[in-house]
Design a protein around this ligand. Sequence first.
Ligand SMILES: Nc1nc2c(ncn2[C@@H]2O[C@H](COP(=O)(O)OP(=O)(O)OP(=O)(O)O)[C@@H](O)[C@H]2O)c(=O)[nH]1
Ligand SMILES: [Mg+2]
Length: 398
Amino acid sequence: MADSNFIDYVKILCRSGKGGAGSRHFYRAKYVPKGGPDGGDGGRGGHVILRGNKNMWTLLPLKYRRHVFAGNGQSGSGGRSFGKDGEDVTIEVPCGTVVFDSETGEYLCEVTADGEEIKLLRGGRGGLGNWHFKSATNRTPRYAQPGEPAIEKSVILELKLLADVGLVGFPNAGKSTLLSSVSAARPKIADYPFTTMEPQLGIVSYRDNRSFVMADIPGIIEGASEGKGLGLRFLRHIERNAVLLFMVPADAADIRHEYEILLNELTRFNPELADKHRVLAISKSDMLDNELIAEIEHELPAEIPHIFISSVTGQGIAGLKDILWKAITDDSNRIEPMTITHRPLDGHHRVREEDEFIFENEPLPNPVDDEEVWDDEEWDEDFEYDWDDDTEPIDFSK
Ligand SMILES: Nc1nc2c(ncn2[C@@H]2O[C@H](COP(=O)(O)OP(=O)(O)OP(=O)(O)O)[C@@H](O)[C@H]2O)c(=O)[nH]1
Ligand SMILES: [Mg+2]
């Protein structure tokens, strides 16, 4: 996958900014003997925010940006001056990005809509300055709050493509050929299994200026849900599709059996996939005559709609689009793609190379400046504030 532009899995280290410390400053000026505490509050640390961007279709930019650190809040200072807030960092991600905790594999959140913002890590709050703590009994609070610490988390971002229709089939079923015949996408097509190594999207135009998105996904084989073939890596892209188009070639020995194997792999990967609208297309039907079609018809599973198609002759393609459109716009199917449960990541099933990304242009971590925590410059340890001393200030102008 190293040469590929399509990246659907990245692991990054994120850190929010720590809050700035409150200041322990006391007001001191000529003729003002009891200036009192006036240390300001520290600034808030920066958040780490995820924002959906519909113009992105891969996590590639993050492959080269493995560390995402927000700015630290600055300390408060005298004169009740607030410290400056740390800078937020916004990570732009494609719609359909799901975030997992990389240590536990636990699902954290997902970004599905364009412009949707999710606060992944909250910046630490700034500490309160000492003027908040003055009271009748303690007029010289030599205490100010430190800022809240930063939160650091290593997360895995996974992209689950948001397509209306996902193509499901064994290798060589003619999935890429179909996508290239109904859309402007130009996937590689060849007469050997696993020609398609990464998912590809195409926009299919339909009548009256309507269109829908179709995703060509690498071929699935028996055992894919356990990691055989390329299956598992890409099965997740099927989770977000509204409709699944199963493709079984006309020359398959047992079309019904192949369909059942595919369905079984999907449901073993995520049982909720069984609830999705399904359509069965018998591809390469140009190889069949009417007699054979009639014969095959009997053997087909009755529970889902089917259609005989040929991407080469165009047979059944218009009818297929009608069926797909009907399924996509079916109200009972509307909310489905958004409400899928994301199962936690399972470390055993991960492909090792996925973690071995190239480290390039890695930004240096923010310097964590502990000196800033206490406002030492303003604070004179030896100086005793004597509030009961009533002596008049010396007038130097005389
Ligand atoms: N006769 C005929 N051949 C087809 C048709 N569609 C695809 N083929 C052939 O089937 C072979 C495989 O097609 P692909 O589109 O690459 O199959 P795929 O499902 O994308 O395969 P993978 O990417 O390996 O999973 C190619 O040699 C195509 O020319 C069709 O409608 N009729
Ligand atoms: Mg293909």
